[in-house]
Design a protein around this ligand. Sequence first.
Ligand SMILES: N[C@@H](CCC[C@H](N)C(=O)O)C(=O)O
Length: 262
Amino acid sequence: MKLTFYKYQGTGNDFVMLDNRDKNFPKNNTKLVKELCDRRFGIGADGLILLETSEIEGDDFKMVYYNADGNESSMCGNGGRCLVAFAKYLKIIENSAVFTAIDGKHDAVIEGELVSLKMQDVSDIKLEKEYSFLDTGSPHHVIFSQGLQELNVPQKGAEIRYSELYKSQGGSNINFVEQVSDDTFSVRTYERGVEDETLSCGTGVTAVALAAFETGLAKSRQIELKTPGGDLEVKFEKGDSGFHSIWLTGPAIQVFKGEIVC
Ligand SMILES: N[C@@H](CCC[C@H](N)C(=O)O)C(=O)O
C-alpha cells in the first residue's frame, strides 16, 4: 500500500496527518500506526491523525487520534489545532471550523499561523497538596515546583504515570510546571502513549492553566504557557459549574508532504 501523508507540528508536538475521507486507511492496524510514527523506521511523530467525513450535522470533518504507540487515544489539543490547519490546506474550510473528536464537538478559528481551538468545559479538578488532576479531553496530573530545567522528566513522569495512582484508570499524562511570572508558566510534559517527554502538549497546558487559576497561583483568565517547543496561550471563563469557553491558541505548521510504501 502507498500512502500520501502530511507532517504537521504545533509547538513541536508533531503528527502524521492522513486524509481518510475515502476510508482506505486500515484503522485497526496498531502495528502500522506505530511504524508510521517511529522516528527511525517510519515517518516519525508523537501521534497520527485521520481527517474523516463526519456524520454529524454542522460538522466540517471528524478527528481520529492515535498515540505513537499505535493506539487510538483521548483528545489531542495540539493535534486538533494542526488538523484544522490541514483542513484549510485541503480546502475543506476557510478560517473557521466545527469538528467532532473523541471528546465531542470543537470550534476553531485560524488567524495566520495561529489556530485557536475551543476545548470541552471542565467541571472537576482534584486539588491535592502535592498535585492537581483534571481531564481536559485527556487526563492530566499537574505538579507545580521549581528547578524545571534540571528535572529528568522521562524518568519522573514514568514513575507517576505507572504508579498506583493511575494504574486502575489507564494512566495519565504528567505535567511539571514552574511559575515564571504572575500569569506565565513553563511546562514540561510526559505523554502517555508516547511514553516520553514531548516538546509540548495542548490538553496538558490547558490543564496547567486551569489548575494554576484554581490553586490561586494565577489571577488572570488568560495564561501564557512556555513549552520546550514554543509558546501557547489558554483563555477561559469560570462559572458556577466550572470552567467554560476554554480556548487554546498557538501555531500549527505543515512541515512536509510525502509518500510511504507500507
Ligand atoms: N499531545 C496531546 C495529547 C495526546 C493524548 C495523550 N498522549 C493521551 O493519550 O492522553 C495534546 O496536545 O493534547
